[in-house]
Design a binder for this molecule. Structure first.
Ligand SMILES: [Zn+2]
Ligand SMILES: [Zn+2]
Length: 113
């Protein structure tokens, strides 16, 4: 497991757990328990639980305890800042059907529910 902290306030921004191929992951309502078809990482603590599929190399890195590549593709991470932020420090607003966030320095990115 990897705990990612917020670059602004130091609280936990998200918790990541590697999920091997075929592992079940509780995605929360309405999806519930699902069996992942591919290796990935489960993310909790940043809005609703997420499950992200990883490529072979990324998953191998995660298995070695290196979550860097996985973190960079997840929504709590701002590529421009190269930092992660907790949900409270992303300014999230709804634009039509999607959630848009801006990091504390104003960089935009799509947000999950
Ligand atoms: Zn924060
Ligand atoms: Zn930023």
């Amino acid at each position: 497991m990897e705990i990612v902290t917020c670059a602004t306030c130091g609280t936990v921004a998200a918790e990541l757990r590697a999920t091997p191929p075929g592992a079940t992951a509780d995605l929360g309502p309405p999806l519930g328990l699902r069996r992942g078809p591919a290796p990935g990482v489960r993310v909790t603590g940043f809005g609703e639980p997420l499950w992200t599929v990883l490529g072979e190399a990324e998953y191998a890195a995660v298995r070695r305890g290196d979550y860097g590549a996985a973190v960079r593709r997840l929504p709590f991470f701002c590529a421009e800042c190269a930092h992660s932020y907790c949900r409270a420090h992303w300014n999230v607003r709804r634009v039509s059907d999607t959630l848009r966030g801006t990091c504390p320095l104003g960089h935009p990115r799509a947000m999950p529910p």
